[in-house]
Ligand binder design. Structure first.
Ligand SMILES: [Zn+2]
Length: 397
């Protein structure tokens, strides 16, 4: 094992300039979810040159891909690559580092374990910030047969054993009567009035919610000019809860109140989901511990204690079907909060470059353990099966 680890670290050193270039190039060309054509081509072009088999245009997602190396006769290990950016601030979530780290780890590992039976797979999963590409890819079976799946995310602290919240994305539309705002002001069917009443209700409702439950909303269409009463108004909300049962309760209450307000204001209300539902992320603790031990070998101190986050992610859906980890890593002198312009700058600068090297090493060394240690794979699978009963999906040992 020691020899293979050293060989792996040497391989990473050799490959790293190419991996760094992928990170920088994608950072300089930020693309929103489902529009990440440059990122997809930049990554798959590199992987094709390295001899990987690639599938594109999958799961009705134009910018998704899957890359394979090896064969299915042994353990299969998945690395997730996210590459979407945010409006206005570009790579403020550092997804250029995520995809580069997964590609670097997978390619280095494939070169060290090339003689072993088994498969390494890179899953190019678009639109993490919006529609959640992983959900469609899961449904179409692209995660099937994996012993485990992993990625890293740049963050504000080192948190390996992480949990996220379930999320429902709801769009609410009030339909009513268009009219002259100065003449018809007392008439029923005022959609803006209905929407504002709903927002006021949400403001009070939020204060009564149990711990870790959240509601956030924005007005998407509140009319065009002040002297026309809009025929419809539209708002979008994210509802979050620590588990899906609680989330279902929130959704029900949300719908009930919207119907009440519609009745009261003489409007009609329509409520639909506008993005995939995200399940809460459940870290595989056995795999998380291996990642923590790997970090320690790389002289990074980190605990394997569970930490409950307040965000949501489509890796949550993956973790319900497969053993998965989603560690957050940082380095001294980090830029602070994600989704800021400072974070975007750091993700393309020296801090991001140094973090990328650590992430590639930690992901690759952890992957080496998974690929070569049958007992570990068995423990990972047993933990997963005790927690979940996967539906229609196979896990390979
Ligand atoms: Zn992110």
């Amino acid at each position: 094992m020691f020899t293979k680890s050293s060989k792996l670290l040497r391989e990473i050193k050799k490959l790293f300039p190419d991996i760094l270039a992928i990170s920088h190039d994608i950072h300089q060309r930020p693309e929103l979810g489902n529009q990440e054509y440059y990122a997809r081509e930049r990554i798959t072009g590199y992987l094709a040159r390295m001899g990987w088999r690639i599938e594109k245009n999958i799961a009705s997602l134009p910018t998704a891909f899957v890359a394979y190396r090896g064969n299915r006769s042994g353990p299969c290990l998945g690395y997730v690559a996210e590459y979407d950016a945010l409006p206005e601030i570009g790579h403020g979530c550092g997804h250029n580092l995520i995809c580069a780290a997964s590609v670097g780890a997978a390619v280095a590992l494939s070169r060290v374990v090339a003689d072993l039976p088994g498969e390494i797979r890179i899953l190019g999963t678009p639109a993490e910030e919006t529609t959640g590409g992983k959900v469609a890819m899961l449904q179409k079976g692209f995660f099937n047969d994996l012993s485990a799946v992993m990625m890293f995310h740049p963050g504000v602290s080192n948190v390996v054993n992480f949990g996220s919240l379930a999320l429902e994305a709801l769009e609410i539309v009030f339909h009513g009567k268009m009219g002259h705002a100065a003449v018809d002001y007392a008439a029923r069917g005022d959609t803006l009035e209905a929407l504002l009443q709903f927002f006021f209700w949400v403001k009070g409702w939020k204060k009564t919610l149990p711990e870790l439950c959240q509601v956030q909303g924005i007005i998407k269409d509140g009319g065009s000019v002040p002297n026309i009463r809009p025929a419809k108004t539209v708002a979008r909300f994210y509802l979050r809860a620590p588990d899906e049962e609680t989330l279902d309760g929130l959704v029900l209450r949300f719908r009930e109140e919207a119907c009440k307000i519609a009745q009261f204001t003489g409007t009609k209300v329509e409520i639909n989901t506008f993005e995939n539902r995200y399940q809460p992320f459940k870290s595989n603790e056995t795999l998380a511990k291996v990642f923590v031990q790997t970090l320690r070998r790389l002289n990074v101190n980190c605990s394997s204690k569970h930490c409950q986050g307040t965000g949501s992610m489509d890796m949550g859906n993956v973790s319900h079907l497969l053993p998965a980890i989603h560690p957050y890593l940082t380095l001294e002198g980090g830029p602070g909060m994600l989704h800021t312009a400072e974070f975007a700058r750091a993700a393309g600068g020296k801090w991001g470059d140094d973090l990328l090297l650590l992430a590639v090493q930690a992901l690759a060394l952890t992957g080496l353990e998974v690929m070569t240690n049958e007992g570990l794979r068995k423990r990972i699978r047993e933990e997963h099966q005790q927690k979940e009963s996967p539906k229609g999906l196979t896990i390979s040992l």
